[in-house]
Design a protein around this ligand. Structure first.
Ligand SMILES: Cc1ncc(COP(=O)(O)O)c(C=O)c1O
Length: 416
């Protein structure tokens, strides 16, 4: 295979920790990236460095000034990665916590009356937050249904539900269960056509590591990611918020700057690790899409990542050489079908009549780490309408190799 990413795969893999072996179990193929992507070695180093620094921001000493500059730099780096010149970035406890804050602010602060809209496609982070704050602010919650066949939700499905009374809407950019990414700009346009001033909050947690981000083109009010799913580490979430949402009454310290979203002392290390992620993607962009402009390199990296991941999922589904793909293994069913252009690096499947947990264990025994998704409060929204009680989720990233797909398919022939 010759494409820009596979040509430099060893150099890419070299930049990540625990690429082919687990500190607890030894050698393994890591196909659990939707549960938490591999961590950049630079992130590990940066985290240790900042964990040891006792100084706080906002003091008049050189260390404190340096910390403030590092946070400022991280926000500028994030602006290039997310593709926005407006709004602001801030860290929080997790993707879930940030989505709750953005949705809480929008739903409590939106003009009285009307209703709010979310979809069955979403992760419970946004579903739960919007339903909770809809109840508190006494507004009906209307549901947009996703499409079982394609494993995604469409602009038309939103258009069928929203109207001029829609005050807040939530959108999941890509699903960690089906693996599909939505037409985000199209959905936003459908919402804005009916309700131009609607507050629109997007869950970008699963999408972030699998392509390009272009906030300014989406016309939204909030976007949250989980850095541990984008090559950084656990312990914080990262959000962008529009100036319009900031202008709503939101929680901040009395007497402090009214635009502030940061609550309490910052972990400078969390911001610094976002710079590591941007610097890594910038390096990748310089290899696969050289340009003098950093934003162009970041977009080039995102495009190359998605194109490469599509090759990986196509190989997994359709086979490589003599190795049968998933679609040709008896009784395998794949969520979203075999040739879905919306797929972003993730394949969820089952073998009818066999518990998925048993398959995940069998794959683990063969050194392949995947994950079972059950029809619980996380994945039931997708699995229940299909009539599935569970599935095996195989989630990849651009550092995974064709050899790893071969190892997976070889294991699957054996297991099936
Ligand atoms: C789409 C999506 N949204 C939200 C979350 C929650 O993110 P966090 O673990 O940072 O709270 C996840 C985690 O799996 C997710 O996949």
């Amino acid at each position: 295979m010759s494409d820009p990413i596979s040509n430099i795969l060893p150099a890419i893999r070299e930049r990540f920790a625990h690429v082919d072996s687990c500190p607890f179990t030894g050698d393994r193929v890591f196909f659990e990236n939707a549960g938490g992507a591999l961590t950049l070695k630079s992130v590990v180093e940066t985290s240790a460095k900042f964990a040891a620094i006792p100084d706080n921001q906002g003091r008049d000493n050189a260390a404190s000034h340096a910390l403030v500059d590092i946070i400022k730099q991280a926000k500028a780096d994030a602006a290039d990665l997310f593709g926005t010149q407006s709004g602001q970035f801030f860290v929080g406890e997790s993707g879930t916590e940030l989505l709750f804050r953005l949705i809480r602010t929008a739903t409590v602060g939106a003009p009285d009356g009307g209703h709010v809209v979310g979809s069955t496609f979403e992760h419970p982070a946004t579903r739960s937050a919007l339903q909770h704050w809809a109840k508190v602010s006494d507004r009906p919650y209307l549901t947009v249904d996703h499409d079982n066949e394609t494993g995604l939700v469409t602009p038309q499905a939103y258009a069928d539900v929203v109207n001029h009374n829609t005050r807040v809407a939530t959108i999941l950019h890509a699903s960690p269960v089906t693996g599909m990414g939505v037409d985000l700009a199209g959905i936003v346009a459908a919402i804005r056509a009916a309700s131009p001033d609607c507050f629109i909050i997007v869950d970008g947690v699963q999408n972030a590591a699998h392509g390009t981000l272009d906030i300014d083109s989406y016309d939204i009010d909030g976007y949250a990611i989980s850095p541990y799913k984008m090559f950084s580490r656990h312990g914080y979430g990262f959000a962008w918020v529009s100036d319009r949402l900031t202008a709503l009454d939101h929680e901040c310290l009395i007497g402090g700057p009214a635009q502030n979203w940061e609550l309490g002392t910052r972990d400078t290390g969390s911001y610094a690790t976002m710079s590591d992620v941007v610097n890594y993607l910038d390096w990748l962009g310089a290899q696969v899409a050289p340009s003098d402009n950093r934003r162009d390199r970041l977009v080039g990296a995102g495009r190359a990542i998605l194109a490469y991941e599509t090759q990986l999922t196509d190989a997994m589904i359709h086979g490589i050489g003599n190795l049968k793909g998933l679609k040709d293994i008896e009784n395998v069913e794949i969520i979203g079908g075999t040739d879905n252009p919306a797929r972003k690096g993730l394949v969820s499947f089952r073998i009818t009549g066999r518990p998925s947990a048993e398959l995940v264990t069998a794959l683990n025994e063969r050194g392949i780490r995947t994950h079972t998704r059950k029809a619980d409060h996380y994945s039931g929204g997708i699995l229940n309408p299909l009539g599935w009680s569970d599935c095996v989720r195989v989630s990849m990233c651009h550092y995974n190799s064709m050899d790893e797909i071969r190892a997976f398919l070889t294991a699957m022939q054996d297991i099936a």
